[in-house]
Design a protein around this ligand. Structure first.
Ligand code: GSH
Length: 193
């Protein structure tokens, strides 16, 4: 059976679980806590020399890392990954954006507050500003359309929702972004959360 190695407090890991559950895939969840540096242990580094979660290990032993690459692979034959080239390009656009312009700010501020005990005042103001910019960009997109790529949910929505629904734990104001708040509800209903 496919194994997902992840930590249930990590959005990068939960997004893989969201997709696997939505698609009804069989898997074993192997809990690996990166905050406790379990990802730096020798047994784990043999699976992923990068030392990060999540990874997926398939029955034949092959291992895939990078959360959004995992999403695209697991959902490749489903309507979560559109066939239409333009919609697929939009999915890629938002997945790359999530990793470069969203997760490094929203997830990192949350990690520092929730797991390292930092106060709002101790957070790097530039990270906070960029996190706020990311939420504003999302709110602008969602004012125009209910989903990020086309007229139905895709892996772009499932990826983005993972840390966005926890953004308040990082000190970000979701109530000030009503379209984002409504979209989170839509995605959660889609996932049965
Ligand atoms: N780009 C990677 C980021 C993964 C990532 O940052 N994972 C964190 C947990 S959320 C981790 O393993 N951190 C431990 C470390 O980097 O040492 C992905 O999307 O999978």
């Amino acid at each position: 059976m496919m194994k997902i190695y992840g930590w249930d407090r990590s959005g990068n890991c939960l997004k893989v679980r969201f997709v696997a559950d939505r698609l009804g895939l069989d898997y074993e969840w192997v809990e690996v806590n990166s905050a406790e540096l379990e990802t730096r242990q020798d047994w784990y580094l043999k699976l992923n020399p990068v030392g990060q979660i999540p990874i997926v290990q398939f029955d034949d032993g092959r291992v895939l890392s990078q959360s959004n690459a995992i999403l695209l692979h697991l959902a490749r034959d489903s309507d979560l990954v559109p066939d239409d080239p333009w919609r697929l390009a939009q999915v890629h656009q938002w997945l790359f954006w999530e990793q470069y312009s969203h997760e490094p700010y929203i997830a990192v501020c949350r990690f520092l507050k929730v797991f390292k005990g930092m106060t709002d005042a101790e957070l790097d103001p530039q990270k906070v500003e960029r996190g706020n910019t990311a939420l504003d960009v999302m709110d602008g997109r969602l004012a125009e359309a209910p989903w990020f790529a086309g007229d139905s949910p895709t892996v772009a929505d499932l990826s983005l929702v993972a840390y966005t629904r926890w953004a308040d734990e990082g000190g970000f104001d979701l109530a000030a972004r009503p379209h984002v708040a409504e979209w989170i509800g839509r995605v959660e209903r889609f996932l049965g959360l």
